[in-house]
Design a protein. Structure first.
Length: 121
């Protein structure tokens, strides 16, 4: 079973003892976070929702269900956008970093579930 976790980028602190691959999965670089803050973290902006979908969603809890379906369809039509994440999860733990405020309503939850499905879990 793959060990994929999600964490808010603003709560992330670099830890040399941490194992596993780290990915920033936002299309836009998070405000107030420097590149040095995320040293060793791979940025995969193409794994994030398309700009049009992200704008439509607007982090609205009421739209989350429909957003999840649309986002999964985007990932299904371009699995190569998340291939780096899936491949890393095949061989070890993975952490997906995201900037959204709500831990229950964000694209990283959908991406995590999609990656787990790709891994057959």
């Amino acid at each position: 079973m793959a060990d994929i976790t999600i964490q808010r980028v603003y709560d992330y602190r670099s830890d040399p003892a941490r194992s596993g691959a780290m990915f920033l999965v936002d299309r836009l670089w998070p405000r107030g976070v420097s590149k040095d803050d995320l040293e060793g973290v791979s940025w995969v902006p193409d794994a994030a929702p398309s700009p049009n979908l992200r704008i439509w969603f607007g982090h609205s809890a009421d739209r989350f269900g429909e957003f999840a379906g649309r986002y999964r369809a985007e990932l299904d039509s371009h699995p190569e956008h998340a291939e780096q994440i899936v491949e890393a999860a095949r061989s070890g733990s993975v952490t997906l970093l995201y900037a959204a405020k709500d831990p229950q309503v964000n694209h990283a939850l959908v991406l995590k579930a999609w990656c787990e499905d790709e891994l057959g879990e």
